[in-house]
Design a protein. Sequence first.
Length: 231
Amino acid sequence: RIVTVSEFSKQDIVDCYGVDPQKIDVAYNGVNEIFKPLTVEEKVAIRARYSEGHPYFMFVGSLHPRKNLARLFTAFDRFKQRNHDEVRLVIVGEKRWWTEPIQKAYDAMSCKDDVVFAGRLSAEDLHKVTAAALASVYVSYFEGFGIPILEAFRCDTPVITSNVTSMPEVAQDAALLVDPFNEDAIADAMVTVLDEKVREALIAKGRERAKAFSWEQAAATLWDCLMKSIG
């Protein structure tokens, strides 16, 4: 038997390798329980530490081409051109797969000074940066699951994510779904998520959606898969 982390990944395995879908089980990922909302005072302290006190969007992940950083940089530039001078973009992750196209997109930015590279963070610091963000902008081309979506949901942080691969499956209607190949769509979502009513609705939906995922549930599904394999 095979166990994987999403219905999307299950279908991908079927399509690529011709595996019988009846032999594949889906065990959704859980999320570290350290992720939870911060107080207003805690958010102020984190913003002072990472963005000179300014509100910010955040991205977390390996700085890899499929994470779509080049288009994220372009989209953020376009967002900034709409008189949002105070907002920053905090990038969390190591530059292990930093490519020439990503560098070119960054170099072409008119607001590159508003991009903060925080590097790799501990779970505790990642929790705080996530919970203090205006929104998590997670617009990859391809994900098998997308744990940062759940981390943001648990922190009462709105999410902008891609409408492709596994991300709509994980987020459902609790996030703003965008075409990751469309910089204007990403920029528009950044503007939209500043609206307080939109934020309140996304936060409430994210809270509920996060309840569907836990490592205990993942373990139970994995155990069932193991029992099937020997039964």
